[in-house]
Design a protein around this ligand. Structure first.
Ligand SMILES: C[S@@+](CC[C@H](N)C(=O)[O-])C[C@H]1O[C@@H](n2cnc3c(N)ncnc32)[C@H](O)[C@@H]1O
Length: 224
């Protein structure tokens, strides 16, 4: 009997060790679902440094897009996968009412701190975008910088008001750094034009610089 208990103990321990040792991507492939706890802890870990890893300044393209948008009219903005708040705070500074969502509570804390530093406020939501729902037509503008989940696009379109603006930017398969990792998270050339084919294109670019390669899109949702 004691041997049997010992054997069960060893088998259990072995299983626990092997479960722990499979990495996040392998877990996702084997189980067919996302390892949400691990995604959160990976990002919490990345952000758990006083330094703002994506910087405190907004993306260059966003500054240009704002010039094209013109008047803010107290419009509402959703920042998808907001991170440490560089773009959300910039929009708030320009008079927009900003909501940002991110799975990392550490990122949201840093975004709130950045907002305080700039004397503005933003609404930060800690949640998994796989599960969270906003109301249909809740936002005038939806921003998505460097977070590619193709399954989320339909939802983003629902959350945006008719006539609202989508701004989407991400690395492409040409990027020398990112292409070493999982290509699923990279945009094909011209893919944003296809993903938002029913939208009116305000701006689209895939600059051919020789360092980092990204695709950036700004478009308007049809009225009906
Ligand atoms: C590359 S960062 C981009 C941050 C920000 N958009 C920017 O450009 O500074 C990707 C962000 O996605 C968030 N994220 C990853 N998976 C997520 C999920 N399932 N739900 C919500 N946020 C997620 C991470 O916490 C991280 O802040």
């Amino acid at each position: 009997m004691r041997n049997l208990i010992l054997l069960i103990g060893i088998l259990y321990l072995g299983r626990a060790v092997s479960v722990q040792s499979i990495d996040n991507k392998r877990f996702e492939i084997l189980s067919g679902r996302k390892n949400e706890v691990s995604t959160k802890s990976v990002w919490d870990q990345k952000f758990s440094n006083e330094k703002y890893i994506f910087g405190k300044k907004p993306a260059e393209t966003l500054k240009n897009y704002l010039k094209l948008i013109g008047d803010n009219n107290n419009r509402t903005v959703l920042d998808i996968a907001m991170g440490e708040g560089r773009n959300a705070v910039f929009m708030a500074l320009n008079g927009y009412r900003v909501t940002g969502i991110d799975i990392s509570s550490v990122a949201i804390k840093k975004a709130n701190a950045l907002a305080r530093e700039n004397n503005v406020s933003i609404k930060g939501i800690v949640a998994d975008l796989d599960k969270y729902e906003f109301k249909n037509h809740e936002f005038d503008i939806v921003l998505c910088y460097y977070y590619l989940d193709r399954d989320l696009i339909a939802k983003m379109k629902k959350w945006l008001k008719p006539g609202g603006i989508i701004i989407f930017e991400g690395y492409t398969i040409d990027d020398p750094v990112e292409s070493k990792g999982n290509k699923n998270y990279l945009l094909e050339n011209n893919e944003l034009l296809k993903l938002f084919s029913e939208y009116r294109v305000v701006h689209f670019e895939e600059p051919l610089n020789n360092r980092r390669f990204y695709s950036s899109f700004m478009g308007i949702k049809p009225q009906n």
